[in-house]
Design a protein. Structure first.
Length: 172
């Protein structure tokens, strides 16, 4: 399946193939309009963008299989809770970011020393600017509770309320 990407770097200069980028000069909103015109299903056209450089841009600090596994689990909770309620309509992106910060917490009768993660939810028309979006409080509570209880290695969930600019949508 063809998947348009942006911000892709690190390709070798001498490829054993010809790189074809027919949508290179289009912005994300223009690619979506083209997809709709071609009759592609909404599940493809309207899905949230995934960072070209990959999940590592949402895993701050050391990037290793263990931390990426923790991030994938937290991100799955964010996506599940938003999509379960149909809240993804009108959102540009919604995801978790794993921070290189350890925090003290309490689980049961004992203290924990685990990672903090951030939930990022934004709306945008074209990805050039974006506004943070606030989910309903019960959804935020459910996301936080599930991440802390289900994702081993995270004991704190924060909410990013920064717009683009001055922030970017991704963290790296």
């Amino acid at each position: 399946m063809f998947k348009p990407v942006q911000n892709v770097g690190g390709l070798p200069k001498d490829l054993d193939m010809t790189l074809v980028e027919p949508l290179r000069d289009l912005f994300k909103d223009e690619v979506r309009a083209l997809g709709r015109e071609l009759g592609l299903p909404s599940s493809l056209v309207d899905r949230q963008p995934f960072p070209g450089p990959g999940l590592a841009v949402r895993c701050l600090g050391a990037v290793d299989e263990k931390r990426l596994s923790v991030l994938r689990a937290a991100d799955a909770v964010v996506r599940e809770e938003i999509e379960l309620r149909g809240l993804q309509k009108g959102l540009w992106q919604y995801f978790a970011v794993l921070l290189p910060v350890q925090t003290v917490g309490v689980m049961g009768d004992g203290r924990t020393y685990a990672s903090a993660c951030v939930v990022r939810v934004v709306s945008s028309q074209d990805g050039m600017t974006a506004d943070w979006e606030c989910l309903p409080i019960d959804v935020l509570k459910r996301i936080s509770t599930r991440i802390c209880n289900e994702v081993r290695g995270i004991n704190r969930v924060c909410l990013d309320i920064s717009s683009k600019p001055p922030a970017t949508i991704e963290w790296e």
